[in-house]
Design a protein around this ligand. Sequence first.
Ligand code: PA5
Length: 447
Amino acid sequence: MPVSFNSKYVEKFLEKDALTNIQNEVTRADKMLREKTGEGNDFLGWVTLPEDYDKEEFEQIKKSAEKIRKDSEVLVVVGIGGSYLGARAVIEFIKSQNYNLKRNGAPEIYFAGNTISSDSLTDLLEIIGDRDFSVNIISKSGTTTEPAVAFRVLRELLVNKYGKAEAAKRIYATTDKAKGTLKNLSDIEGYQTFVVPDDVGGRYSVLTAVGLLPIAVAGIDIDALMKGAYDAMENLNDSNIENNDCYKYAAVRNLLYRSGKKIEMMVSYEPSYTMMNEWFKQLFGESEGKDGKGIFPASAIFSTDLHSMGQYIQEGERHLFETVVVFNKSRTELLIKEEAENFDGLNFLKGKSLSYVNRKAFEGTVLAHTDGNVPNVILEVEKADEYNLGYLIYFLEKACAVSGYILGVNPFNQPGVEAYKKNMFALLGKPGYEAQKEELEARLNQA
Ligand code: PA5
């Protein structure tokens, strides 16, 4: 299997028969997903997406990506949360964290509209300079403040540079198929549009046009990515935990949670996995963190963070478990050479590859952390390529849905995200929020 669950370093933390005993709950969660009887069942489009995605749109994504690669030195992807994390995660993992420095003729890709920082957007405008650029604005609702503000600024820049008609040819809008401010504007201005399917929530949308257009612009093989997801969809279909590593992972994280392990650290030994960690944090955090429940998703890159977080993980409060994503084959093999003087005392590593040393760091860490009572779930991935990443993405999406149903929450809504928005709108004086404004300002001004 491209992704497999290694339970060797978690078993001693589980009660005898725990997995057998939780099987009924897993079967129930699987049934809710399969028969669409669980809460949030109108957001299950991602389940069969690797098979029934819009093939015509998929070809249009490739064509638009080709056009952007030809006519743009820079692509700005404007979106927040599920509307940017997946694309950035895939690009940085498959290409490089330094993609913009070594992109081999493809456009530089920047992500905007995921913050309201003036400095950040000003910085980006400077980076674009007078170079040719295009914008992919991504917003399912079409009304999210962060991307809307950034898009207003970037749209003006495009219109000033190219004129209205040519600017319209450089704007690609990924949004609802029929409704919303962005869809309306796109129809009026004639932007190329792509669809965020109604039944796919933001955090589950990386394998729709939301993720695929920027990913294709980076020169990544989106056919292989979808094939990996398709094979995962086919393979991860058995409700029996013993035959389904995805469900085993979902079950084990719930068992650990019930035993007091309230924080899951997603760990990788590859820095290029950093944004995959961020994607994972949104997927699981937004899906499970509600009704006063949910594992808190955290992340680390080792061995880097062993020199900052390692102390806490080894000896701090015992409320953690780790999920380590291990890639069995690294892309490159850098060998350590022998030196006559051996000043640094490293000759004992002569002829060894860096990935061998990295593997030993992992093995040493997993033993130390489990000795320190931190359960370690290991997800082994065959290779760091598009196919295996597509498989892993689907594996994690399905594990998240099943885990959420086992936990007893609706894994497909995010009511809590609205609270800050309402306050911000009121404080900014948005029409319709007048009543709240006064009350919030009084609270802020209280001594
Ligand atoms: O997962 C989610 O639903 C959110 O993170 C959204 O993706 C995010 O808020 C952006 O929303 P929209 O695409 O409507 O602008």
